[in-house]
Design a protein around this ligand. Structure first.
Ligand code: UD1
Ligand code: CA
Length: 455
């Protein structure tokens, strides 16, 4: 039987964020802080994850829709101990509880595993040594045995205690039977008149139950978010960690400090990524893919050998092998490009599939279109897919040649091998192999004089 319960405390308001968005919904790496903690919690395979919420609770529950979360409302925020008391009825008999904070997003699963192991059948605390311990609760150890005897909040600490650099991260493990016995007895006779969860450490020691302590591998694991300044700073730490891992895997980042990954980026061999690129959602780059500067890719799969030139925006799309995209391409949701497709500058593609070897090199809009192989789309081609009420399809078969400045009034089909003369507005289907032209005949006026300015 799995003995682990996890309670995430997330009821605090986060006043210093200066925002109407609840603190735990602010994003790090594109994901709400609380989601980072929930994902970490899941990694430990607990039997139950409880989230204590309060301020902005509606919004929190709307955004986080995971069905297996046990939500517990803390109506008044009377302290971390009071928060955990709200969760007591939900905890399993004979289990242990790991307490996490909703605003401490980056603690590692491996660190928490160590903490759980260290707890045995008692309490364990995640502590850290900080050069600047200001604001944190301090760990009090007995001089001789060096064992933990209490946590003192900074506001309650003596000057001497404030010199201590070992701090309480807030993360701890406590067997449920002790929580049930001790939490209801907490007092709020302290500076902040709060019920401190941290007080159970001295209670444990008074009951002759020793408290284990574990330190994180990296100090950033325990950093909490109270302000936008801290959020920005932890975002940079988070991004540089991801960038370092990508470099270790062999991804060619030109500058590890100028890439942002807000989701999952999976790369094949010999991928090169130039500066200022943003990857959101799930992005997969095949072998030998090159991403030039200033590209944004969201939920995109790019197959081997493709190059994305600078300043392109690509979203919810699948791109084949050896394609050339951009510069300045906009590829919108529902686009599927086969192999060796070229999409050039100022070309927008939406909800369309384009087969192997077709090219749209300049200034075009292709929407709701099914395009065959080896089609040449001239500059300025537009599919007029919207009649003001409904969207219609354009079908362009293999080997069609489209002259520049063509409009297709959808729904319309251009059959295989047809040619469209430049400047045409195509309103009817074009049969296979034929030339369609809808241009007005050119005329020249003999003796034409330009107007001149009145004197
Ligand atoms: C707490 C610890 C302190 C530790 C620090 C680490 C206590 C008494 N103090 O202090 O020792 O060094 O965290 O960051 O535990 N929360 C609730 N309901 C409440 C109060 C808080 O859910 O009534 C939640 C908050 O949303 C937050 C977490 O508990 O996620 C910590 O609360 P916070 O007020 O930030 O505690 P600190 O004073 O920083
Ligand atoms: Ca805090």
């Amino acid at each position: 039987m799995n003995r682990l319960n996890i309670v995430i405390l997330a009821a605090g308001m986060g006043k210093r964020m200066q925002s109407s968005v609840p603190k735990v919904l602010h994003k790090l790496g594109g994901k709400p802080l609380l989601m980072h903690v929930i994902d970490t919690a899941r990694g430990l395979l607990p039997s139950k994850i409880c989230v204590v919420y309060g301020y902005g609770g509606e919004a929190v529950r709307e955004q986080i829709t995971d069905e297996d979360i046990v939500w517990i409302e803390q109506i008044e925020q009377l302290g971390t101990g009071h928060a955990l008391i709200q969760a007591l009825p939900m905890l399993d008999q004979g289990s242990i509880t790991l307490v996490l904070f909703g605003d401490v997003p980056l603690v590692k699963i491996s660190t928490l595993q160590k903490l759980i192991e260290a707890a045995q059948d008692a309490c364990s605390l995640l502590t850290a040594n900080l050069e600047l311990p200001e604001g944190y609760g301090r760990i009090i150890r007995e001089a001789e045995s060096n064992s933990v005897v209490a946590i003192v909040e900074e506001k309650d600490a003596t000057n001497e205690q404030r010199q201590i650099t070992e701090i309480n991260t807030g993360v701890m493990v406590v067997p449920n039977r002790y929580l049930l016995a001790w939490l209801p007895n907490l007092k709020n006779s302290n500076q902040q008149q709060e019920y401190y969860l941290t007080d159970i450490i001295s209670i444990s020691v008074k009951n002759n139950i020793s408290v284990a302590s574990v330190q994180p591998t990296d100090t950033w694991e325990i950093l909490g978010i109270n302000s936008k300044v801290q959020l920005e700073s932890l975002e940079r730490t988070y991004q540089s960690e991801i960038a370092r891992k990508l470099l270790e895997q062999g991804v060619g980042l030109i500058d590890a400090s100028r890439i942002d990954i807000r989701g999952q980026l999976d790369c094949g061999r010999d991928v090169v990524i130039d500066v200022n690129c943003i990857f959101e959602g799930d992005v997969v780059l095949g072998d030998n893919v090159t991403i030039h500067a200033n590209n944004c890719l969201k939920n995109v799969t790019v197959a081997a050998g493709t190059t994305i030139a600078a300043n392109s925006l690509i979203e919810d799309a699948v791109i084949g092998e050896n394609c050339k995209i951009g510069p300045y391409a906009r590829i919108r949701p529902g686009t599927k490009l086969a192999d060796k497709v070229h999409i050039g500058n100022f070309v927008e593609i939406k909800n369309s599939s384009i087969a192997t070897g077709s090219k749209a090199s300049h200034l075009s809009y292709i929407g709701d279109t099914v395009m065959g192989q080896n089609v040449n789309v001239g500059a300025g081609t537009i599919t007029c897919n919207y009649d003001g009420a409904n969207k219609h399809k354009t079908i362009i078969e293999d080997n069609v040649f489209i002259g520049s400045d063509t409009q297709f009034i959808a729904p319309v089909t251009v059959s295989e091998g047809a040619t469209i003369g430049a400047g045409s507005t195509i309103t009817r289907d074009v049969p296979q192999g034929q030339l369609a032209l809808s241009r007005a005949k050119q005329s020249s006026i003999v003796g034409w004089k330009r107007p001149t300015k009145k004197q």
